[in-house]
Design a protein around this ligand. Sequence first.
Ligand code: SAH
Length: 258
Amino acid sequence: MSISNKTKITGLVFAMREEQEGLQAHIQDKKIIHIAKRDFIQGNLWGHPVVMVLAGIGKVAAASTTNLLIHHFQVNQLILSGVAGTADALLKVGDVVIADALLQHDMDASPLFPRFEIPLTGKSRFSTQLDLQQALQTATLQFIQTLPQTIHASHIAEFQLQNIKMHIGLIASGDQFIHDSAVLKKLKQALPDLLAVEMEGAAIAQVCDEHDLPFAILRTISDSANETAEFDFLGFVKNVAAPYTLGILKNYFENRPS
Ligand code: SAH
């Protein structure tokens, strides 16, 4: 007998509080369980069981949280939604990136292993699950069409969100907020297909790979990972990235068959 979608528990992971708050307000039948200095919020979002958690920032925080979601809460799939710096001239602030693969850009055990390869796994790139990735793509395209009704006109003007796009491709993670064009340029030379940089996705990917758990990573571009990266970062997360997360995940859950 197959498990229906309704009984599938989705783990929702956030790096920053501002990103979680919007969705948290919609959760039904809420129950909070405190483990390892984190609040795991169990409940239902638009009719689907979820466990949402603020993981914190960085690869260790993300990996540790992912393990807890798997072993304490038996999640069947996992989605991280957050922000990222762009690593490609085609991507602008306000665009959405959905990963098809993730890599840890600060993993380097060369010359013992090729640069970026996770020692003893033979892997440097971890692929996301296609079905989940495609469902998020649909939800994102729907969201982009309704953007003017969701984001305040003053923020659309301030962050120039008139023509935002969705991109699918490689996201790299490391324990580093990249805010230097020379650092970014070197990384891009080593990884020409790189679209965005952040600090958690590839850690989640490695843990999910160990457990054969479907996962997806959704990122809104918040900055250009160069000297301007800090500019109104929190204002962007609050006024733009948080409503993106809410709008895209609402579409995702509403589209999902019960
Ligand atoms: N100033 C923030 C810290 C944000 S750290 C605060 O005080 O809370 C950056 C977060 O956004 C991480 O979760 C990371 O995944 C993502 N991120 C956005 N832009 C990034 C960049 N240029 N380099 C690395 N991570 C980035």
